[in-house]
Design a protein around this ligand. Structure first.
Ligand code: CAA
Length: 261
């Protein structure tokens, strides 16, 4: 697919998706969402890619939300529901992807942009980034999973504070409440994100995939069922060649060479 609104690049075994609509602070219009979905499929099916980074072009914005021109044009409740459900499907694809996805939050991550970062596995923010769910100022509520993922990450009270006021918070405040996992100087953001991506990419791909799935599935169900689920995923990794390689390499005191089988 030819991309108009995003850039898709590869560095070694890392895939990088860069939102590239700087004029509108990388807002997510329909075409950008279609491209994001296609880019995720492309990087998912590329066996040489073992970790993915999402970021925004420039230093000003990661993604400043859904495109407000398109929100303005929504004609009915049914259309609004369809708008949100379709976007949620794309974010679920990211959340449930078998590869790890890192959000490198280089600037504003607002509304759909904050929701996109929350659908990623790990969030690393530039010290100059600003995050929030300002939908309330537009007379709407978050629709790409924000009312659900935000309380799961930061707790109900803080989620209600952010969603009901529309307040924007600094990267440091986002770190304090658990909305992001790391804050780094803006000039170092991509290097640090790539460093983290390379580390994950060097691990056994199936172990990464099933660890991610076990955490995602397990944190939504009760502990006994979750541990049973973990045991089943543990059983699956035990059936891999990489388990034999990883344990043998340790005992032979050499680095493991994982193949993803
Ligand atoms: N959609 C469409 N255009 C947007 C946009 C968005 N989400 N965010 C910014 N833009 C456009 C602006 O209209 C402006 O365009 P023009 O140059 O043609 O006027 C351009 O990007 C630059 O923006 P500003 O001039 O506003 O830049 P600023 O530095 O003064 O302010 C900002 C930056 C605080 C991020 C401000 O742009 C802003 O508040 N943006 C909207 C953020 C927002 O409300 N996001 C939530 C969208 S709703 C949503 O995402 C719903 C959902 O859950 C799915």
């Amino acid at each position: 697919m030819e991309y108009q609104n995003i850039l898709v690049t590869r560095e070694e075994n890392i895939g990088i998706v860069t939102f590239n609509r700087a004029k509108v602070l990388n807002a997510l219009n329909h075409a950008t969402m279609v491209e994001l979905s296609a880019a995720i499929d492309e990087l998912d099916s590329d066996r040489t890619v073992r970790c993915i980074i999402l970021t925004g072009a420039g230093e000003k914005a990661f993604v400043a939300g859904a495109d407000i021109n398109e929100l303005r044009a929504i004609a009915s409740a049914a259309e609004g529901t369809e708008f949100a459900a379709w976007g949620q499907t794309i974010f679920f694809k990211i959340e449930t992807l078998s590869k790890a996805v890192i959000a490198a939050v280089n600037g504003y991550a607002l509304g759909g942009g904050c929701e996109l970062a929350m659908a990623c596995d790990i969030r690393m923010a530039a010290d100059s980034a600003k995050l929030g769910q300002p939908e309330i100022n537009l007379g709407i509520i978050p629709g790409y999973g924000g009312t659900q993922r935000l309380p799961r990450l930061v707790g109900k009270g803080r989620a209600k504070w952010l969603i009901l006021t529309g307040d924007m918070i600094s990267a440091q405040e986002a770190l304090r409440i658990g909305l992001v996992d790391f804050v780094v100087p803006v000039a170092e953001l991509m290097n640090k994100a790539k460093e983290l991506a390379r580390k994950i990419a060097s691990k056994a791909p199936l172990a990464v995939a099933w660890a991610k799935k076990s955490i995602n599935v397990g944190t939504e169900i009760d502990l006994v069922a979750a541990c049973a689920y973990e045991a089943s995923q543990f059983g699956l990794v035990c059936g891999t060649e990489d388990r034999v390689e990883g344990t043998t390499a340790f005992l032979e005191k050499r680095p493991a060479q994982f193949t993803g089988r």
